[in-house]
Design a protein around this ligand. Sequence first.
Ligand code: SF4
Length: 97
Amino acid sequence: MSTQGTRIEEKLYQNRYVVDAGKPHIKVRDHDIPSPALKSLVTACPASCYSLNEQGRVEIVADGCMECGTCRVVCAATGEVEWNYPRGGYGVLFKFG
Ligand code: SF4
């Protein structure tokens, strides 16, 4: 099958994700008011893993994370994100490299 002309959303749909139940590889540290950096992840994460809850705190559901490292870099200075690679055999499985 030719991938010429394939949209990025269609390519991303080819990826698979193996959930490590109960062991998320990324966590948001407890906070009352998120920093602007942490809040920006709600829109910056390409996998839409981050969201704002009703209390205005940032939450993450790491299922579907593409391990791009954006959140790790964005919050490196604030320390609000605890970032690790998934355990072996879990996480994203890229089809197109
Ligand atoms: Fe989102 Fe990338 Fe962070 Fe994964 S590593 S949660 S895809 S910003």
